[in-house]
Write a protein that binds this ligand. Structure first.
Ligand SMILES: [Zn+2]
Length: 258
């Protein structure tokens, strides 16, 4: 049994008995791990903000490759992200970011690029203008899917490679825009010109840049298409509760309902 150390982001925690806590952490070096923090409920100051959902920290733990749970030895907070998020909209977008990793990733398989993308997205959600949050979330979702091997195809028919229909028909099942003939399979969504332009932009630019897109149009339409795409390609993805909450409270950007 070796002590290992990795930077990680807390996805969620559960109580364990009266005194301890289990934290589900997406680590940079070991992928998704579950750590037992003994005494974390009795003496919460021992780990400070390091075990709060959304926090980024360095975790030192006893790692047993054949076990589901590992014992946390020490945690040093790098960024207590959750404690810096004052408003509900930012909190919902940040929670949507960690929820996506929780749904799309499983097991102890490291993916440093995906980890860095999540860390970057959380920093951007904390600091960027509130009007850019939908664009940030969409850019992050598209790029997370791309890193996991599912990048929506927009340059030619995602079904047969042929010439695209001028009607801008997106097939979540095929994973991109399609031609008139492949569109006959059904299940396509017709995109507005603005939504397609936004989708192409957010797919091709770095996530941090999305914080400048405060006037991106049709973000609600793009978000729905991306979620439908994710549902088709990731079995465990059924939409994001954090964003649904935002919608139900009517606190989303006006365009999300357009
Ligand atoms: Zn086709």
């Amino acid at each position: 049994m070796a002590i290992v150390c990795s930077e990680g982001i807390v996805l969620k925690t559960h109580a364990l008995g009266n005194t301890s806590r289990i934290a589900v952490i997406y680590t940079r070096d070991l992928g998704l791990v579950k750590l037992v923090a003994k005494g974390a409920r009795r003496t919460p100051q021992r780990f400070g903000f390091a075990l709060e959902p959304l926090s980024r920290a360095r975790f030192h733990f006893y790692y047993k490759p054949d076990r589901d749970l590992h014992l946390l030895s020490q945690a040093d907070t790098i960024d207590p992200t959750g404690s810096r998020l004052a408003d509900l909209a930012r909190l919902a977008h940040a929670e949507a970011a960690i929820e996506l990793v929780d749904r799309l990733v499983w097991g102890e398989e490291p993916h440093p690029e995906l980890y860095d993308l999540l860390a970057t997205a959380l920093v951007a959600i904390t600091a960027s203008p509130e009007a850019s949050l939908p664009a940030l979330t969409i850019a992050y979702q598209l790029q997370a899917a791309s890193l996991l091997g599912y990048r929506p195809r927009l340059d030619a028919c995602a079904g047969c490679g042929g010439v695209l229909s001028p009607e801008r028909l997106f097939s979540p099942m095929r994973g991109g825009l399609v031609c008139a003939s492949c569109a006959h399979e059904g299940g396509t969504i017709q995109l507005s010109a603005d939504a397609l332009a936004g989708l192409a932009l957010l797919l091709s630019r770095p996530v941090l840049e999305a914080s400048q897109y405060v006037e991106l149009r049709r973000t609600g339409e793009i978000l729905r298409v991306v979620e439908s795409f994710l549902k088709h390609h990731f079995q465990r993805f059924q939409g994001l509760r954090s964003l649904e909450l935002l919608r139900s409270l009517g606190l989303e950007a006006p365009e999300l309902v357009a």
